[in-house]
Design a protein around this ligand. Structure first.
Ligand code: C5P
Length: 252
């Protein structure tokens, strides 16, 4: 079974307050994108490493820096046969969705529609190899679109427009038992994800149809999406505080 990945890393990370693009920011001595790529490459199944290829989407003006950073990524896991999975860097787009589309285009037309494709964010550097393997296994088991998710532990309220002082009226308390906070890597059959992105590109002018993840685009096709158990270590790094927490905890 062939498995490829698009690793999105083209964001600026302005909320992190760092001069470097977020994916190049060091965490425990290595760039976020290197952590994320290594854990994708470390994922293994019954027959060895799972990933054949990773396409990394980088900011167009920083391609060289990403190539240099990722050259340090081992292309083979310990004890695995060569050749190991390959890592390529391409320019991303203005939005995450456009970056994923650029990554899909770079994967090439030769791949079979049944190939498993993962879409993962470099902003989740400690998503463990076991999580990657769990998502791949669920796609292999016949679920054509799979997302990792965690139960929501906070009470969640829907609010209305804020008053002059900034306070927002509560409209409803949302039942949380059946809510899941969704992470990456998300897994799809390549044919389905390409179809979802093609359809999204046709409606790109309509902001009400914007999706914040790839599974959202698949849902819009009316296609089933499945949730498997997520992992706390796959937490997303958005703010400087998130980075400090990740620095302290590592992937414990
Ligand atoms: O900005 P945010 O953290 O939500 O971005 C999620 C992921 O999408 C990050 O890994 C970021 O690098 C990536 N991204 C991208 N292209 C963009 C914007 C974000 O690849 N234009």
């Amino acid at each position: 079974m062939s498995v490829v990945a698009v690793l999105t890393a083209a964001g600026s990370g302005s909320r992190l307050g760092h001069a470097l693009p977020k994916a190049l920011v060091p965490l425990r001595g290595e760039a976020l994108v290197v952590h994320a790529a290594r854990r994708l490459l470390d994922a293994s199944g019954a027959h060895g490493p799972l990933l054949d290829e990773i396409v990394v989407t980088a900011p167009a003006e920083h391609l060289d820096a990403f190539v240099v950073a990722l050259a340090a990524t081992p292309t083979e896991g310990p004890g695995t046969p060569s050749p190991g999975p390959r890592v390529r860097v391409v320019a991303g787009g203005a939005t995450r969705q456009a970056s994923v589309a650029a990554g899909l285009a770079a994967l090439g037309a030769h791949l079979d529609a049944g190939t498993t494709v993962l879409v993962h964010d470099a902003a989740r550097p400690f998503a463990p190899a076991e999580l990657v393997a769990r998502v791949v296994a669920a796609v292999a088991a016949g679920h054509e679109a799979v997302v990792p998710g965690l139960p929501v532990t906070d009470t969640v309220k829907r609010v209305g427009p804020a008053d002059a002082g900034g306070a927002e009226p509560v409209r409803a308390t949302v039942e949380r038992a059946d809510l899941r906070a969704v992470q990456t890597p998300q897994g799809f059959t390549l044919g389905l994800l390409r179809r979802a992105h093609d359809e999204a590109a046709r409606h790109a002018h309509d902001e009400s149809l914007a999706a914040t993840d790839d599974a959202g685009l698949v849902e819009r096709l009316g296609h089933a999406v499945w949730v498997v158990a997520g992992d706390e270590r796959a937490a997303k790094i958005t703010t400087a505080r998130d980075l400090r927490v990740a620095e302290l905890l590592g992937d414990a």
